[in-house]
Design a protein around this ligand. Structure first.
Ligand code: SF4
Length: 383
């Protein structure tokens, strides 16, 4: 275990770590400048519990109904060694194959013995995934739940598997099974976009795995297969999605992330998000202490956080009064003016702009004049 791992363990406390999956990587890269999320995710801290304990429980995520429906649909598509999935793939890719082997990499002896979160068990699962995926050539094969790794902020993180890798004629396709419906050939664009980014995370991780083993990473196709229910039925259908754009974006965002070891070096040595609970399951740590720990790590709230991060309501509250909380376009348009009160004072002319605020102040005053004119016209009085 490295000193960074030990430090991250201390940051997390006694709880078992929450591991990354494609969804968390996609969310992390949507706000690569947020040090708070980078540290909490690297340490595997349960952000949902933290948010609840500081009084801002997360208000997003799938309902229990949606989770159950998703699991049922996935089980149906994977039944009988993925027979239905193989039929869909055959039709979609125009393949003459009649059968493919099916291997579930989600299980390993070490997992049964040591538990799924044990580092030894995860290393064993990852190494088995790597061996089977990199040695697999020739005959068609489906690999369910391969445990992959990705470099995030200078750390190698495991990706909890939620995909099937389909190998045919020496080429891999990532298969994502989602339970949102495709009605009359149309699906919710936001959901498709989210699925495409998640699939791109897996493509990237599989390419890293192949490259490290000395294979051509381009063997993993950027055309991923999305399987969804058709119309309002449970009948599955498959479509190819080109994720080249998402791959470029992910690479760029991952490269923009700061290194976790450098972030840790800036933080107090005793920083901890320990949430040890009493006999009733209630965290014993005072709320203010936990809030203080959160504030030690700089955040970068943006309205998009509301759909992507469990801590969004806490961070929004904290960002109140700051222009950053109004979104990237507002922040950029205001050219670095940090406080909303400063913006209002510049707009009204109460505050003389500093040299670097002159341009923004002129725009703000023009906007304030325009607003006053519109309001007075509505009220029927001359400006
Ligand atoms: S909600 Fe807070 S911790 Fe999460 S990404 Fe946004 S700013 Fe960072």
């Amino acid at each position: 275990m490295t000193s960074v791992d030990q430090r991250l363990d201390r940051v997390r406390g006694e709880a078992a770590p929450c591991r990354h999956n494609a969804r968390t990587i996609a969310a992390l890269t949507s706000n690569p400048g947020c040090r708070r999320r980078a540290i909490l995710d690297s340490a595997g801290v349960d952000k949902q519990r933290i948010a609840t304990h500081v009084g801002f429980p997360a208000q997003f995520g799938q309902s229990q109904f949606a989770i159950t429906r998703g699991n049922t649909f996935e089980a149906q598509v994977k039944a009988d060694g993925c027979a239905e999935l193989l039929r869909l793939l055959r039709e979609l890719l125009g393949l003459p194959i009649s059968e493919a082997s099916y291997t579930d990499l989600g299980r390993a002896d070490e997992t049964d013995r040591l538990g799924p979160q044990s580092p030894t068990a995860q290393a064993a699962r990852h190494s088995r995934s790597r061996d089977l995926l990199t040695e697999s050539t020739g005959s068609s094969a489906l690999f369910d739940h391969p445990l992959l790794q990705l470099s995030v902020g200078g750390q190698r993180v495991y990706l909890e598997p939620d995909l099937i890798a389909f190998q045919v004629a020496g080429r891999f396709h990532v298969v994502e099974i989602k339970s949102f419906g495709v009605v009359d050939g149309q699906a919710d664009a936001t959901k498709v976009s989210g699925a495409a980014i998640q699939a791109a995370v897996y493509v990237l991780a599989m390419r890293e795995m192949l490259a490290e083993a000395g294979h051509d990473p381009e063997t993993v196709s950027s055309d991923v297969v999305l399987v969804c229910p058709r119309d309002f039925s449970n009948e599955p259908m498959a479509a190819l999605i080109d994720v080249r754009k998402q791959l470029l974006m992910l690479r760029r965002q991952l490269a923009r992330m700061e290194r976790v070891d450098e972030l840790l070096a800036m933080l107090p040595a005793d920083l901890s998000f320990e949430l040890a609970a009493d006999a009733d399951g209630v965290p014993t740590r005072p709320q203010q202490v936990l809030e203080g720990a959160l504030r030690e790590v700089e955040a970068r709230y943006a309205p998009e956080c509301l759909a992507a991060c469990e801590l969004a309501r806490f961070c929004r509250h904290e960002a109140r009064g700051h222009t950053a909380g109004l979104g990237k376009s507002v922040r950029e348009a205001l050219g670095g003016i940090d406080r909303v009160t400063t913006v209002l004072a510049l707009a009204s002319g109460e505050l003389t702009p500093a040299e670097d605020q002159t341009e923004a102040a002129a725009l703000l005053q023009a906007a304030a004049r325009l607003r006053a004119e519109v309001l007075s016209e509505r009220q029927g009085t001359p400006a």
